[in-house]
Design a protein around this ligand. Sequence first.
Ligand code: URA
Length: 218
Amino acid sequence: MSETAPVPHDAGLPQLREAAAGCHACELWEPATQTVFGEGPETARIVFVGEQPGDSEDRAGEPFVGPSGKLLDRALEAARIDRRDAYVTNAVKHFRFTPTGKRRIHQSPGAEHLHACRPWLAAEFAVLQPEVVVCLGAVAAKALISPSFRITRERGQLLPWTPPGTTPGEDDEDGAPAQTWVLATTHPSAVLRTPEEDRAAAFDAMVADLRVVATALA
Ligand code: URA
């Protein structure tokens, strides 16, 4: 039976990561190798949110280290964003797949998985208090911005946004930013799946979106 995500109160990232390792809030924990929690410094001003770990991430226990992660790294470099200054995470923290012979075929997470995992994302945002959140792909954008969000129409726009679990305009004693912005771009795997003749343009469009973020943070 599923439980509620065991999110500790007032915890830092190491404690959250440790608690998430034992999360059974949905059934995805069982076939997966491990929870893939977010990674990056607590001081990160920018947070990237993908969909869910893929096959490589499930094995490594780290987000965006497989083919999509390598493309993301190239796009960040082109946009002059240092991944070491960013926090990278996923809307769902277990790999959802269908086993087919020796391969594990990615399956998009369902609404119930996004719902079960949301407290982890809220806890990550509460610790990080980022200035900008970048949704990588439609699953993250629909979960965080609006179910009607369309990447094709609304990508690359910085929108004022309230992270889940916080009050709009809330200011922190440490002078943490009161306003958070969100922007959505394409998922790196969508760039990888683009037919070869259009792939460079798809990559350039992603970099252009990321440059909007780099300029806002400069
Ligand atoms: N795709 C995602 O959305 N996240 C990862 O961590 C890897 C691939």
